[in-house]
Design a protein around this ligand. Structure first.
Ligand code: C2E
Ligand code: CA
Ligand code: CA
Ligand code: CA
Length: 281
């Protein structure tokens, strides 16, 4: 018994070391990829539940590693967060989004709002809002077309410099809009909705993990959407993969749907093609 315990121990120890090493390697690769601007974005359409038309998109970072191929953000975002480089990565994504919107304006592609994910570290940077405002201004992009997605845990814990309310005030006074991401995934407090003037609430994809919701899940989804409506907050359902879910959301009155049922995240060119086709061009 003792031997097996020891070997288990050794196994975990080695595994841990290997993971650390992998992380260091990954970190090097990430830093190089940032320098060389090897990160790109994909856009996932948000579809209007009532009309079925595309109403906007979320920008999601993509990294094609020279050897490993596409690496999931779920694998490298935590490494970036841990090592303080997430702000640089998120700024790259933001610049890419501004460039894309500027191109659309130039070439007559219908202008749809795009949302970007914001991490806690960015909010710690006091010049964050000014930097982003300048980047958008220089690109000639209407700031109302850009939405920041902040997670509910970030809103609750806040950060060292500002509380959630101040963050949202700054977002609004800089002319951007703001949505509460992953709502219902963790520490949801309805107080958040009362105190924070968010524009949009994104129902966490966990609610749609199963094809058929239990009556309990259904009741919760319905209540959140009704409440949001009363508070004048738009709703987006994330991770929707089945027709039954779309029908339910339509009935309940959810505004937008984002999920594989309609579209996966796609390269920018592909998104443009879809939007132009929809516009009959
Ligand atoms: P998120 O912000 O909740 O983004 C939505 C994720 O759900 C995306 O995964 C998207 O591909 C996935 N998704 C959308 N519809 C469906 C569906 O119907 N079924 C399933 N199973 N999944 C769906 P992705 O692109 O792998 O990103 C994962 C997470 O990584 C994001 O979760 C976000 O937290 C983070 N992330 C992605 N891009 C960025 C970025 O530019 N900056 C930061 N800070 N985080 C990012
Ligand atoms: Ca998001
Ligand atoms: Ca989300
Ligand atoms: Ca799902």
């Amino acid at each position: 018994a003792e031997r097996s315990y020891l070997s288990t121990f050794t196994f975990y120890d080695e595994k841990f070391k290997k993971r650390q090493l992998e992380e260091v390697n990954m970190l090097n690769d990430i830093e190089r990829a940032i320098e060389e601007r090897k990160f790109t974005i994909h856009l996932q359409p948000k579809v209007c539940a009532q009309t079925g038309l595309i109403a906007g998109a979320e920008a999601l970072v993509r990294w094609k590693h020279p050897k490993l191929g596409f690496v999931s953000p779920a694998a490298f975002i935590p490494v970036c967060e841990k090592n303080g480089i997430i702000s640089r990565l998120d700024q790259l994504v933001f610049e890419e989004v501004c460039r894309t919107l500027a191109e659309w304006k130039e070439s007559g592609i219908p202008l749809l709002p795009i949302s970007v994910n914001i991490s806690r570290q960015q909010l710690k940077n006091p010049s964050f809002f000014n930097d982003y405002r300048k980047i958008a201004e220089e690109a000639g992009v209407a700031r109302g077309l850009i939405e920041f997605e902040l997670t509910e845990s970030l809103m609750l814990v806040g950060n060292d410099f500002k509380n959630a309310r101040e963050v949202i005030e700054e977002i609004h006074s800089a002319g951007f809009t703001c949505s509460l991401d992953d709502f219902g995934s963790g520490y949801s407090s309805l107080g958040l909705l009362k105190d924070l003037k968010i524009d949009c609430l994104k129902l966490d994809r966990m609610f749609f993990a199963n094809r058929f919701e239990t009556p309990e899940t259904r009741a919760i989804i319905e209540s959140i959407i009704i409440l949001a409506k009363k508070l004048n907050i738009a709703t987006v359902a994330e991770g929707v993969e089945y027709k039954e879910q779309v029908e339910l959301l339509r009935t309940i009155g959810c505004d937008l749907i984002q999920g594989f049922y309609f579209f996966r995240p796609v390269p920018v060119r592909e998104f443009e093609r879809i939007v132009l086709e929809e516009a009959g061009k």
